[in-house]
Every structure is written in structure tokens, then in C-alpha cells.
Design a binder for this molecule. Structure first.
Ligand SMILES: Cc1cc2nc3c(=O)[nH]c(=O)nc-3n(C[C@H](O)[C@H](O)[C@H](O)COP(=O)(O)OP(=O)(O)OC[C@H]3O[C@@H](n4cnc5c(N)ncnc54)[C@H](O)[C@@H]3O)c2cc1C
Ligand code: FES
Length: 510
């Protein structure tokens, strides 16, 4: 999904362009040397920043300007035009910025600016020791934000995984398909943790939280004290309890190790069965097709993804996968697996030398439950992501939070939400009183078709379709009582960004 390296487009901005060419509130793409540079005008102020998103290389010129920020069209990262900082995940690194000169009705882009100093301040009341349980999206984003904010205290990140934090969404997409090199997978190189003073302990299984003494306890009995604690233990794949489910060629996908095990099998597999037509199941199906493996998808529902995206998008997703050779066995489930076949409830059987089970995930709540934190189908948190025990916060797949837009307590399993919650929790631990106000967003990629979704609609009474799904140019609005709860889109990125902005503003007003 990264932007192709190509020769720079648009005018050479060092040579100057007319001020009239850049109306207020507009952007213009040009270049300085080989680098794409985006000019943006806000009133009399002109900003010049790198034109390529630091997440996966999205073209910022096709995004949305909001006040003095720019939002990326692909996965809604947000950058400051003033400083280049990645204000909202999924981008975590800043874009470059350049000095701008206005002279005689012309705009000239001058030298590149040094990265702006982090905006953090020394805080007398900052806690001394912050412990993060979880080395995934939320845990990593929290640690990174703490250091970005110049937090000087101790950060310990404990993960029972054996790999440092990885770009999990890639594990079902380009990396699994064989289109992404290994170095795309870690969120940061190993040196980052050392250089930033983040004590990352891998294979560290936290078994208890002693809320009285404020310690977390590891499986080997080691105790680690905290002043503030972030729980970000994520979710784990649901495992099937049917004969053969524990055979070595039957895999689930959550970690890098899981992904490597599937890739290893895929090297020699000729036929794969994917159990489940969820996002992950279907992304896996697409990636295995890229490896030219015959893929059968078995799932109990009538249409893939209908519950989340509605029947029309469900039919489209099915047809898209069929175009690429996936064979569906819907309204059916597996009843047994052996070394060579998957037996279906309907009576038939499918040959399979690889079976991937993608039937959903379960939040990892055991630690929170054991510690006596309030739990209601997720760890219950308030607007500041604090749990029922002061000083303990929760973020990501485990957190059920009061969503400002829907007005409901929701828990979602999305990468961007987890990262943004990690960032928000970090700021709260440093004393911020900003509530977590981000509107949920996720993306899913099927072959060359990205589906973006903002908002949250568990149920809707009206679904309108603008454009044409089959032509891959559409916006679907899920409404209840006339109010738009969520918007799904394909290649209508600005409308998706506008919907996000509208929901944010409604949420604040509510
Ligand atoms: C293959 C795949 C593809 C995905 N693609 C997308 C996508 O395209 N778009 C999207 O929006 N979402 C996607 N998701 C979902 C997204 O990755 C999750 O929502 C996100 O990772 C949740 O972040 P988290 O920090 O809550 O949990 P995780 O990222 O799962 O991290 C949890 C961490 O906690 C650790 N841990 C758990 N228990 C303990 C313990 N007791 N002690 C120590 N450590 C512990 C784990 O080892 C892990 O490091 C995908 C998920 C998967 C698996
Ligand atoms: S490419 Fe910009 S947010 Fe993903």
C-alpha cells in the first residue's frame, strides 16, 4: 500500500508561484528537488509540508484540510501544518516542513525546517513509573506518545509476545501475501526502545495486578511497581472446539509468529480452507490467492460482512473474492478436520493442506477481572479511559468506553482506535483532562479494493448508497432515526474524512 516512488509532480516551489494560485482553504502539490511538497493556505498563512503520509505513503494532497491540520485520505492520520507532527494515529512520525516566504504576490518555499522540538513540558506532578501491559497497537502508541511528550519517568512495556510491537494489519495483507518485506512489519526498529528509554520486556506474561501495593506480577513471580498502569492486552482469536482443530496445519492469526507459521505452510500448500468470512478471514483468503493457493471460505452467514456493512456491500465483497477465484461455502460450518480434509456440517468435505480459522476474537479480560476492575463485555472505562480503579487505564480491544458520537458504551477491535486510545491514555496519565473523543475508524483491504468505515452502527433502520458499489465508487450511510451513525466508502476518501469530521463535531456538541 505504499505510494510508488515517482518523479515529483507539480511546480518547483523554490521558483515561486503566484499567491492567487492558492486560494484560502486550498492546497497545492509541488516539489522541492525530488521531494513532494504540499502547500496549504489558511487565511494569510501559507504552510509547506511533506506531501506523503508517514504511515503507508498516502497522498496528503488528496486529503482534507481542517483548521491548521491535514488528514490523510487513506487511513485518516492527522498532521499539524505548523509543526508537521503526526497528531493522530495511524501515522506516528512527523512529515517534513519547509519555510515559506511571501514576496511581491508570490509564494516561495525556502529551506527545510529542523524537526520541531517535542511539545512536552516538564510536569511536576507526572508519575514516576508508568507500566504498560501489552506490546500492541495501544501499548506502543502510549509509550511513543509519553516520550514524544518528553515524559522523563520510567516506562516499562510488558508483552507476552516474543516479537516487539508489529504492524498487525499487515499480517493479513501485504506481508502474508508475500508483497511486503520483513522490515515493514515492526512498528519501530529494536534500537528505538533502547534510544527512547522504553524498557520493553518480551515474553513477559503478566498474571496479576496487585492494586493495593500497585505492582504487576509476572508469571515468574517478579513484581514491577507502577504509579500509573495501562492495560492494553488486546484480544485473542476464538478457537474452535471441533475434532482436529488442534492439528498443526490448522492455524489462527494474531501475532507475527502466527503469520510466519501460515506463510511456512503456504509455501507448499495447494488448497486452503478459511473458516470464517470476517475481515481477517477474507483478507487471509485474498493473500493466499496472491500466493496462487486454491481457497475455500466456509462461514455460517448468508453473506460475508453483512452484519457490519449491510447486504449490498456483502454481495459486492463476495463477488470480488469470487472474481479472484475464492470459492464460498456459506450457511455452512466445519464439523471436523483431519490431516487432509475439512468435513462440512452440510455433509460434503473439502481437501485442505492449510486451514486458517478466522471466526472472531475475544478480548483478553482475565487480568482485569482477577484484579476486580469493573468489566462488562470489556474493561469499563470513562471518558478519560480510566478504569474503575484510579490510576489504572485501559485502551484498545479490551476497552469499553463512552463513545461521544453514538452516546453508547462501545468496544471495537480496530487498529486506529487502539492507537488513538493509547495516545489519549498517555496524555491523561501526564495530567491532560481531554476526554477520548475520536470517532471509530477502520479500513480493510481486499485485493486492490480498500473499504473505509467511520463511526459505529450496530443496528440501523436506513441504509443509503451514493454512487455504485460494483464500480468501486460509493459511500454507504448507515442511519438510525434519520441520524448517520456510520459511513462506509470505497475510493471516496474525502467524503469519508468529512463524515468523520461531522461526527466528531456532533459528538462534542452532544
Ligand atoms: C491479522 C490482523 C489484521 C488486522 N487488520 C486490521 C485492519 O486492517 N484495520 C483495523 O482497523 N484493524 C485491524 N486489525 C485489528 C487490530 O490489529 C486490533 O484492533 C489492534 O491490534 C488492537 O490493539 P491492542 O493494543 O488492543 O491489542 P494488540 O495489538 O493485540 O496487543 C495486545 C498485546 O498485549 C500482549 N498481552 C496480552 N496479554 C498479556 C499479558 N497477560 N501479559 C503481557 N502481555 C500481554 C500481547 O502479547 C500483545 O502484545 C487486525 C488484526 C489482526 C490480528
Ligand atoms: S497512509 Fe496515511 S493514514 Fe495510512
Amino acid at each position: 500500500m505504499s505510494a510508488e516512488q515517482s518523479s515529483p509532480t507539480g511546480p518547483d516551489l523554490t521558483q515561486g508561484i503566484s499567491l492567487d494560485a492558492l486560494a484560502d482553504g486550498k492546497m497545492l502539490l509541488g516539489h522541492v528537488g525530488q521531494e513532494g511538497v504540499l502547500l496549504a493556505r489558511r487565511g494569510n498563512e501559507i504552510f509547506a509540508i511533506g506531501a506523503t503520509c508517514t504511515h503507508y505513503g498516502g497522498p496528503l494532497a488528496e486529503g482534507l484540510l481542517v483548521d491548521d491540520t491535514i488528514r490523510c485520505p487513506w487511513h485518516h492520520a492527522c498532521f499539524s501544518l505548523r509543526t508537521g507532527e503526526a497528531l493522530h494515529a495511524p501515522a506516528l512520525s512527523p512529515v517534513a516542513r519547509w519555510q515559506v516566504e511571501q514576496r511581491d504576490g508570490r509564494i516561495f518555499v525556502r529551506e527545510k525546517q529542523e524537526a520541531k522540538e517535542p511539545r512536552g513540558k516538564s510536569r511536576a506532578s507526572a508519575p514516576e513509573k508508568i507500566v504498560i501491559v501489552g506490546g500492541g497497537a495501544a501499548g506502543f502508541a502510549a509509550a511513543e506518545m509519553l516520550r514524544r511528550e518528553e515524559y522523563q519517568g520510567r516506562i516499562t512495556m510488558l508483552s507476552n509476545d516474543d516479537a516487539p510491537p508489529v504492524d498487525r494489519p499487515n499480517l493479513s495483507k501485504d506481508y502474508l501475501a508475500g508483497n511486503a518485506p520483513e522490515d515493514w512489519v515492526p512498528l519501530r526498529p529494536d534500537s528505538f526502545y533502547r534510544d527512547s528509554g522504553i524498557e520493553l520486556e518480551l515474553k513477559a506474561n503478566v498474571t496479576d495486578i496487585d492494586v493495593r501495593s500497585r505492582d504487576v506480577v509476572l508469571a515468574d513471580g517478579k513484581r514491577i511497581p507502577y504509579d500509573r498502569l495501562l492495560l492494553a492486552t488486546g484480544a485473542e482469536p476464538v478457537r474452535l472446539s471441533l475434532p482436529g482443530a488442534d492439528l498443526p496445519h490448522v492455524r489462527t492469526l494474531r501475532s507475527l509468529a502466527d503469520c510466519r507459521a501460515i506463510i511456512e505452510r503456504a509455501k507448499t500448500a495447494r488448497r486452503a480452507v478459511v473458516l470464517g468470512a470476517s475481515f481477517i478471514g477474507l483478507e487471509v483468503a485474498a493473500s493466499l490467492r496472491a500466493r496462487e493457493i486454491e481457497v475455500h471460505v466456509v462461514a455460517p452467514e448468508k453473506r460475508p460482512m453483512e452484519r457490519i456493512l449491510g447486504p449490498q456491500m456483502g454481495d459486492f465483497v463476495r463477488a470480488l473474492h469470487e472474481e479472484h477465484g475464492v470459492i464460498f461455502h456459506l450457511e455452512d460450518t466445519a464439523s471436523a478436520i483431519d490431516g487432509k480434509t475439512v468435513t462440512l456440517k452440510s455433509g460434503g468435505s473439502l481437501d485442505a493442506d492449510l486451514v486458517v480459522v478466522g471466526v472472531g476474537v475475544r478480548p483478553r479480560l482475565a487480568l482485569a477481572e482477577k484484579a476486580g476492575l469493573a468489566v462488562d463485555r470489556g474493561v469499563v472505562v470513562g471518558h478519560h479511559l480510566e478504569t474503575s480503579v484510579p490510576g489504572i487505564y485501559a485502551a484498545g480491544d479490551i476497552a469499553r468506553w463512552p463513545d461521544l458520537h453514538s452516546g453508547e458504551n462501545i468496544r471495537v477491535e480496530h487498529w486506529v482506535v487502539a492507537e488513538r486510545q493509547g495516545q489519549a491514555a498517555a496524555l491523561v496519565m501526564l495530567g491532560s483532562r481531554e476526554p477520548f473523543a475520536a470517532v471509530p475508524f477502520f479500513w480493510s483491504q481486499h485485493y486492490d479494493v480498500p473499504i473505509n468505515y467511520v463511526g459505529h452502527a450496530e443496528k440501523w433502520d436506513d441504509l443509503t448508497i451514493d454512487g455504485d458499489i460494483a464500480s468501486r465508487n460509493c459511500v454507504l450511510r448507515y442511519k438510525r432515526n434519520g441520524r448517520v451513525l456510520a459511513v462506509a466508502s470505497i475510493y471516496r476518501d474525502v467524503e469519508s474524512l468529512q463524515a468523520e469530521l461531522m461526527m466528531e463535531r456532533e459528538g462534542v456538541m452532544a
